[in-house]
Design a protein around this ligand. Structure first.
Ligand code: AR6
Length: 174
């Protein structure tokens, strides 16, 4: 196990040709907006069917924040989707450990799947309100600090501002 190579791309996570793509889900695992909506839309109903099975077998009370779980990727180019639940950003409480946990736990699940390439969105930076620069630093530090068999971690950034924030975070941790 070594630290994975980190690459940055601007684009849409649903188009990524990676072994696994990570979904910024919510604890219901039943879909939503943003990345979650795009993944279910493009991936088709098999993903939701898997999510429902997981809810029934393990996560009746919801997947806890900071945890991750895998399903099929349906019609997406990837083999699997790894669903993780980011924390809602809070100005009064430090939840950065939970955000870091999303990346660590997703990589642990990726190891179980034998995935060599994993594509991540910027978890919690949309609906969940996390400031991009801070989220980027937490994401890069978490991946750098995780022992994994994954060879490439690709951050897929939706817009220029996110891409620049991740570039800056990578430069900081170089
Ligand atoms: N590919 C890559 N990045 C994207 C895409 C895409 N197709 N679409 C949006 N982004 P969000 P969260 C960026 O809101 O903050 C859902 O309703 C987006 O610009 O998807 O973790 C879930 O069900 C932002 O920078 O996830 C939850 O309820 C980042 O991805 C809740 O939102 C994450 O934005 C999770 O909120």
């Amino acid at each position: 196990m070594t630290a994975p190579t980190i690459t940055l791309v601007r684009g849409d996570i649903t188009e990524q040709d990676a072994d696994a793509v990570v979904n910024a889900a919510n604890s219901s695992l039943l879909g939503g907006g943003g990345v979650d909506g795009a993944i279910h839309r493009r991936g088709g109903p098999e993903i939701l069917a898997d999510c429902r099975r997981l809810r029934a077998s393990h996560y009746g009370k919801g997947l806890p924040t900071g945890r991750a779980v895998a399903t099929t990727a349906g019609r997406l180019p990837a083999r699997n989707v790894i669903h993780t639940v980011g924390p809602v950003h809070s100005a009064s409480e430090d939840r950065s450990g939970l955000l870091a946990s999303c990346y660590r736990e997703s990589l642990r699940v990726a190891d179980e799947l034998g995935a060599a390439t994993v594509a991540f969105p910027a978890v919690s930076t949309g609906v969940y309100g996390w400031p991009m620069a801070d989220a980027a630093r937490i994401a890069v530090a978490a991946v750098r600090g995780t022992e994994t068999s994954v060879r490439e971690v690709r951050f897929v950034l939706f817009d220029e501002a996110a891409y620049i924030a991740f570039q800056a975070a990578l430069a900081e941790y170089a």
